[in-house]
Design a protein around this ligand. Structure first.
Ligand code: ZN
Length: 332
């Protein structure tokens, strides 16, 4: 028998139950931050200024005027041309991405206003299969750019992507030429294009439309590149400089025009739009939206290809091509 018995006190230090999901750990400084505070700060760490990754819906919330966003092409999704399967089937991965993000593909398109300036936007979502660009993403970017061309509105893209979508093989790679050609048409017609690069932007997205902006803006400390640093180090057998592929490194080397913190992005964007609109020349009617008129070099490069592949954009106005696209991307 024990000599002393510990008296049971009514515990005054009852464990406080903290509901889950109220606190977030900063990926950079590892501080624990109150989630509401983080959200109020546009998901930028108040301690170290780290910009958390945003999904497309959050991005819209922070970038455009309240309630002004109207989605375009919401039902465009990829087919599974190669019937690709790794540990999971491609179809499963698409469904998973859709469940996770609430959007049908890795890019969200629409029209909106930024401080009262009407714009057309394509916003990539990294949480949807790493923001990878497959046929449907490419097609959506092209259609969105063409919508901007047709209505003479500035085109804004926000990139956040690991690059081409492996599961679609070469069809993904072709989206680079296709999206670049669409940006070429904007340029030919004097329609402003502002490209915003968010963390991370890599591969085929960097190598195509993301780097073709009239103005290229990045968020602070975003990783931007083509191949990842490990691949480069192994290839050139040299150690890479510190900060390599960060936005701050790229701007020093002339690859970006501006680095803009998230809280200033909307204001800066509206200023750029007004500035570019002022600089815009009087322009001919956008007659070649349908692709019947002028053809850019990019279009020529693949217009002779088998039509069952990817020259859809060149003939976006063409009925037969439109039906082809609808069948291929499961548009109801
Ligand atoms: Zn932090």
């Amino acid at each position: 028998m024990a000599w002393f018995k510990k008296k049971k006190e009514p515990s005054s230090r009852k464990q406080v139950k903290i509901p889950e999901g109220l606190w977030v750990k900063c990926d950079s400084c590892k501080e624990i931050i109150y989630k509401k505070e983080l959200e109020k700060n546009l998901k930028v760490c108040p301690k170290c200024d780290y910009h958390f990754r945003l999904n497309a819906t959050e991005r819209i919330k922070y970038l455009v005027d309240d309630g002004s966003f109207e989605e375009l092409y919401p039902n465009l999704t990829s087919g599974d041309p190669l019937k690709f399967k790794d540990t999971k089937s491609y179809q499963e991965r698409i469904l998973e991405g859709q469940r996770k993000t609430g959007i049908k593909e890795a890019v969200l398109s629409g029209t909106a206003r930024v401080e009262d300036e009407p714009v057309v936007l394509a916003i990539m979502d990294f949480s949807f299969m790493g923001g990878s660009m497959g046929s449907a993403v490419g097609e959506k970017i092209v259609r969105t750019a063409e919508h901007a061309l047709e209505h003479g509105l500035p085109f804004i893209s926000v990139s956040s992507s690991g690059g081409a979508r492996m599961q679609e093989g070469i069809l993904s790679l072709m989206q680079m030429a296709k999206s670049s050609a669409a940006i070429g048409r904007l340029r030919d017609n004097g329609v402003p294009y502002i490209s915003i690069l968010a963390d991370p932007t890599f591969g085929g997205v960097t190598a195509s439309f993301a780097m073709l902006g009239d103005v290229i803006v990045a968020e602070p400390r975003s990783l931007i590149g083509f191949a990842g640093p490990r691949v480069i180090e192994q290839t050139i057998k040299q150690q890479l400089p510190e900060n390599f592929q960060r936005a701050e490194f790229l701007i020093e080397h002339g690859l970006l025009d501006m680095i803009v913190p998230r809280r200033k992005m909307k204001k800066t964007l509206s200023k750029l739009i007004r500035h570019l609109a002022g600089a815009r020349k009087p322009q001919p009617p956008a007659s070649d939206v349908s692709g019947n008129g002028h053809k850019s070099a990019d279009e020529e490069a693949y217009s002779d290809n088998d039509t069952s592949t990817e020259d859809i954009v060149a003939e976006a106005g063409h009925d037969e091509a439109a039906r082809d696209v609808e069948n291929r991307y499961n548009i109801p």
